[in-house]
Design a protein around this ligand. Structure first.
Ligand code: GLC
Length: 511
């Protein structure tokens, strides 16, 4: 009947502690939306020694998988919430040394080493569990973490039973592919699964002695999706670093083939639109009080006071004394994807400095987020130099919600963006966005109608376009001009619903 589906992923935003990035929100909301369409929905993630700890969780039958030439047995715990069964797989080798930690992010010497072994084992348990559940006919796998399920289904006779099931693989971010050696390494394909015999399709197109788990997902799934129509188009073209263009990240040939076979779809993520929005629209003084509270919390977590926090406290004290300022905001992880254009150098100084010069004395830019140390450095230095920049290095959902409600202009100049959620949250709160015309940003923000978009053929023209578009938007926002008000109302009225996304997934599940 194809009415029973399992979502397999590394994150699950429905469980406390189950979120690092946007994939968690997708799993939480898509599972609920599919249940609302009458599907029998199960979500399967690792428990990381934490997620299944609530007393409502019940122990299910354990599952055994072959691993590194032996056998491992995992505990499965589950609870039903709002019609969705949330299962977690518990095994010490998946958890790693820090309970609750989802990603270990090995450095450039051994990229993905720890995480690839953990998620390969998780996937082996997922595949073994699926064999015991013939009632589940759709297997929806998310990003490279769950892709080994497809490797086992394709190449391991013990999993032949899974061949009859419909498989859907969703690409959330092609920049992270889970590439590991085939052999001669503790974190390598044939160390995990010594009996596996694979073919060339799952070998990395650049490094022929490596498996590429993202590629395996793309070539082996019945249907492949990405999280916006525009991104699904962009990944068909090759990257062009000389022009700062992100495309298929080396997998464009596979993606073109999948597209030609009619197996590729771009389905925009949705958002919930509750009657009362989280967070509060605050006065400058109240916002600064809330900001001070968070900065002190972040500072208390470090053994030594970081200069970023010290500078932030200084700025907060200055800003709290001002009468009225127009507030621009930016919220998100400080990665090259999100902040690379903002921190890149244009005419001798970071793009950010040009924006702050435009803002001048009439306003302030508040940036909330942490991440890449190099990007934090550029922001920290700029916040020391410009008193109209408040950089809050950390993340607090409460403060983020207040910023979505209070800001006049939200900046999201991502180099590429598969879908993006922050721009949807800002728009929902009536804060128009300035975005790079790429991926999900291009699909959700209409220039001069629901926000401002910029584009450029190469790095230089893109930087110049960002600075100019920001200046135009800032002037509209500053006086809350009629234009700004029209755009703010249109942004708040735009709808990107999960009902719509779920209907599109249903087509892939059942036809
Ligand atoms: C990844 C992408 C982001 C997307 C999210 C959920 O984090 O970078 O654009 O919104 O996945 O699909």
């Amino acid at each position: 009947m194809n009415r029973s589906v399992v979502l397999v992923a590394a994150e699950n935003g429905a469980l406390p502690g189950g979120k690092v990035g946007g994939i968690a929100d997708v799993i939480r909301d898509l599972s609920a939306a599919m249940a609302a369409r009458g599907f029998d929905v199960t979500v399967l993630t690792p428990g990381y020694g934490r997620l299944g700890a609530a007393p409502e969780f019940e122990e299910h039958a354990p599952v055994t998988a072959s691993w590194r030439g032996g056998n491992e047995t995992a505990t499965i715990r589950g609870r039903v919430m709002a019609g969705v069964t949330h299962l977690v797989v518990e095994h010490a080798l998946i958890d790693g040394p820090e309970p609750g930690r989802i990603y270990y992010d090995d450095g450039p010497d051994a990229p993905f080493a720890t995480d690839a072994s953990r998620f390969a084992l998780f996937s082996a348990f997922a595949a073994a569990w699926l064999v015991t559940r013939p009632d589940i006919d759709v297997i929806h796998l998310h990003d490279w973490h769950a892709a080994p399920v497809l490797l086992l289904r394709e190449f391991m006779p013990a999993f032949d039973a899974l061949r009859a099931r419909r498989t859907v693989f969703t690409i959330h971010n092609l920049a992270l592919q889970g590439i590991r050696p085939l052999r001669d390494n503790t974190s390598s394909l044939f160390e995990w699964f010594p009996d596996l015999v694979v073919d060339k399709r799952v070998v990395d197109p650049r490094w022929h002695d490596c498996v590429n788990l993202m590629r395996a997902g793309i070539v082996l799934a019945d249907r492949v999706t990405s999280v916006s129509p525009r991104y699904a188009e962009e990944i068909l073209r090759p990257d062009d670093p000389s022009r700062g263009i992100h495309g298929g990240e080396g997998l464009e040939a596979d993606l073109q083939r999948v597209q030609a076979e009619g197996r590729l779809a771009g389905i925009l993520n949705g958002l919930e639109y509750p009657a009362s929005l989280p967070g509060r629209r605050r006065s400058l003084a109240a916002l600064m009080k809330a900001a001070r509270h968070e900065v002190l919390v972040f500072a208390s977590r470090d053994r030594f006071l970081q200069s970023t926090h010290l500078i932030a406290m200084t700025r907060i004290a200055q800003l709290a004394k001002k009468q009225k300022l127009t507030i621009a905001t930016s919220v998100g992880r400080l990665t090259d994807q999100k902040m690379g254009i903002m921190t890149s150098v244009f005419r001798g100084k970071p793009v950010l400095h040009h924006l702050l010069e435009t803002i001048g004395d009439d306003g302030v830019l508040v940036v909330l987020g942490s991440g890449d140390p190099g990007i934090e450095r550029v922001l920290c230095e700029a916040s020391a130099r410009f008193d109209n920049l408040l950089f809050i290095a950390g993340f607090s959902e409460e403060l983020a919600n207040d910023l979505y409600r209070t800001g006049r202009l939200f900046l999201m100049p991502s180099k590429f963006e598969p879908c993006g959620i922050s721009q949807l949250l800002a728009m929902r709160a009536g804060q128009p966005c300035v975005v790079h015309e790429t991926g999900g940003l291009a699909d959700t923000v209409i220039n001069h109608e629901t926000g401002w978009t910029f584009a450029g053929e190469d790095t230089l023209s893109r930087q110049a376009a960002f600075i100019a578009t920001f200046a135009e938007a800032w002037h509209a926002a500053k006086g809350a001009s009629a234009d700004w008000r029209r755009i703010s109302i249109a942004a708040a009225g735009a709808r990107f619903t999960w009902e719509q996304a779920a209907a599109a997934y249903e087509t892939l599940y059942v036809t």
